[in-house]
Design a binder for this molecule. Structure first.
Ligand code: CIR
Length: 272
């Protein structure tokens, strides 16, 4: 038996100083951001996840976006080296939190990867060639993952921050995609749902079991998901969106053996 862990981290009081690439800086309501983040954690819990929440860090504006600092495969966790230098100190606490669950390795300089660029569909891992993830980082991920039977494919992406701004998995063999930012052909034979053209940022949904946690701000695309038979759990994440975050980026989701069957989880840290 397995269960699902969702690792999260509290909203930093410094979130107003977050990295921004495509959006203008606008005031972020901290109390509202915290409330939205709590609702997000509650949605994860109600969908069956055990939520492991790390404390907020007032020195790390973007640290709520934990997805970017770890890629957790079934066999091993890879702590990333984020493309934005301001985000690199986020990795230490997340690496420590993963030690009870996985052997932990790390992307080394000069490699960079943001977890937001990493889309895993079964044993296929796609990594966006974005402003945040470079060739060395992608190659290091490939070297870590191939012994476990994963392929790692670099995918050109443009117009957005990360690969998962442009495409996410919303069903066992279904992706939600903004075709203006990434070419659907790169992902093989999967069912494709396109975002509403009026909602370019709408391709980011978080699949938990058979439900998709999804922002309230994209009703046109939500209707397309529902018309395709997908169960959608709608959340208002307006304040996280002002920091260029979405719903995948606020958690690292992975399976673990349920406690009664836990056998001596390996707890070591190594670097490449
Ligand atoms: C950044 O620019 O790094 C943050 N302000 C937003 C990161 C969002 N991460 C994600 O969607 N995976």
């Amino acid at each position: 038996m397995t269960h699902t862990i969702a690792l999260t981290r509290g909203v930093s009081p410094a979130m107003g100083r977050c990295e921004l690439t495509h959006l203008p800086r606008v005031p972020i309501g901290l109390a509202l951001a915290e409330a939205q983040h709590r609702a997000y954690e509650q949605a994860l819990a109600s969908l069956g996840c055990e939520v492991v929440s790390l404390p907020a860090d007032s020195n790390l504006p973007d640290s709520v976006f934990v997805e970017d600092v770890a890629v957790v495969l079934d066999e091993i966790a890879v702590v990333t080296r984020p493309g934005a230098a301001s985000r690199r100190p986020e990795a230490a606490a997340v690496a420590e939190a993963l030690v009870p669950y996985r052997r932990v390795t790390a992307i080394a300089e000069p490699g960079t990867i943001d977890g937001g660029d990493v889309l895993r569909i079964g044993r296929r891992i796609f990594v966006g060639q974005s402003g945040r993830s470079n060739e060395s980082g992608i190659e290091q991920l490939r070297v870590v993952a191939w012994p476990y039977g994963y392929t790692v494919t670099a995918v050109p992406v443009g117009g957005c921050l990360h690969l998962k701004s442009a495409i996410t998995q919303v069903g066992p063999d279904t992706v939600l995609i903004n075709p203006a930012w990434v070419d659907a052909g790169a992902f093989g034979a999967v069912r494709v749902i396109e975002t509403d053209p009026a909602e370019p940022y709408a391709a980011n949904g978080l699949l938990i079991g058979s439900s998709v946690i999804y922002p309230a701000s994209f009703p046109g695309t939500r209707a397309r998901l529902e018309a395709a038979g997908i169960a959608v759990r709608v959340l208002d994440v307006s304040e996280l969106q002002k920091a260029e975050g979405a719903v995948t980026c606020c958690s690292v989701v992975f399976s673990v053996a349920s406690r009664d069957e836990d056998e001596d989880p390996r707890a070591s840290m190594e670097t490449m």
